[in-house]
Design a protein around this ligand. Structure first.
Ligand SMILES: [Ca+2]
Length: 353
């Protein structure tokens, strides 16, 4: 992915080149922006979409067409967004393996170095948002290995492909394409230079365009939100995102239990305090009553918490008590295993490591 990095590294957000006549000698050679859609995009659907966006956000149609006019259909992104059933969820689906992968020595070493290098931004995010530095470091490590792997899919082309040449979650990707176009218009970021994941996620924290607009913060004080080149902005934005998705200062994210079971033989008292969704629906008091938590546990009885099951082929299921902070991470990526990865890495990294 080094090639992708090199491209992204030169994607400065400084200019407002998208809005003004460009003056660099290289740019002068470029043909004028296209005023029509590429053939593969279905005009009867895309034109009304752009017209609606143009009216709602007061963006000239010509500018929007200019952004999409050279888009190429991203068949690989479409394939990756439509995995065959069961793909990746087969026998390899093991929480112990997920934890082990997150504790990769190189990843942990990179995390420690990143924490030290950007110490001030991490401490500021911790102070402002109440999210521990190591949790933010856990997210950035799992997402992009600290900015090393940010994706090589051209973002405009990718979101247009997933929104208009693909069925699964097309509505979601159309909204993200709209958010990207608005982001480009209001920030001056050159959209056609942007590269990211096969799903359109961008930058060091892999924010979708709507998250960039809603939760991105300027944390290094240069008046621009730059999640591609600025580690500080990325660190602050992750803290802000988690705080806005229910992270609570000074509370634990989870408590592993020592219990395991075969999924078919789940004890009924566990079943009563368990969830399989993305929010806690019980309290610490309920979990004490169900004998999942020790009565001596030093957590407020009224605090929200639920039990979650984490599949493991060797042990059946492992059970963790998950608090709203655990679930805040699942809003970043809707998967228990994702949150487990982040929290495992978070526990392994430190400023002193
Ligand atoms: Ca900034």
């Amino acid at each position: 992915m080094a090639g992708a990095m090199a491209t992204l590294g030169t994607t400065g957000l400084a200019g407002i080149g998208a809005l003004l006549p460009v003056s660099s000698p290289q740019a002068k050679k470029k043909s004028p922006p296209p005023q029509a859609l590429p053939e593969w995009l279905p005009s009867p659907i895309v034109l009304p979409f752009l017209e609606e966006l143009s009216g709602r956000e007061k963006i000239p149609m010509a500018w929007l067409l200019g952004q999409l006019g050279r888009a190429e259909r991203q068949d690989r992104a479409i394939a990756l967004a439509n995995p065959p059933p069961g793909d990746g969820l087969g026998p390899a689906r093991s929480v112990q393996r997920v934890i082990q992968r997150s504790l990769d020595a190189q990843l942990v070493a990179n995390g420690n170095a990143y924490l030290r290098m950007h110490r001030d931004a991490f401490l500021k995010a911790q102070e402002e948002y109440g999210v521990p530095a190591r949790v933010i470091a856990g997210i950035l490590g799992i997402e992009t290995r600290y900015g090393r792997i940010m994706g090589s899919f051209p973002t405009v082309d990718t979101l247009a492909s997933l929104g208009f040449a693909n069925e699964r979650r097309a509505e979601f990707f159309r909204k993200e394409l709209a958010a990207l176009l608005v982001l480009g218009r209001e920030s001056g970021i050159k959209l056609n230079d942007l590269k990211g994941s096969f799903a359109g996620a961008l930058g060091i924290p892999q924010f979708m365009p709507s998250s960039w607009r809603n939760y991105g913060v300027d944390f290094d004080g240069n008046k621009r939100i730059d999640l591609i080149n600025s580690p500080s902005d990325s660190i602050g934005s992750v803290g802000h995102f988690l705080a806005r998705h229910g992270w609570r200062r000074d509370l634990p994210s989870h408590l592993p239990t020592a219990m395991t079971s075969n999924p078919q033989d789940r004890p009924p008292q566990l079943q009563r305090v368990m969830v399989d969704g993305l929010e806690a629906k019980h309290t610490v008091g309920d979990l004490v009553q169900a004998q999942v938590l020790d009565p001596e546990v030093s957590l407020p009885r009224a605090m929200q918490a639920s039990l979650i099951a984490l599949p493991d082929p060797d042990l059946g299921e492992l059970y963790w008590v998950a608090t709203p902070n655990f679930f805040a991470i699942t809003h970043y990526n809707r998967s228990y295993f994702y949150a487990v990865s982040v929290l495992s890495l978070a526990q392994a990294v430190s400023f002193r490591g």
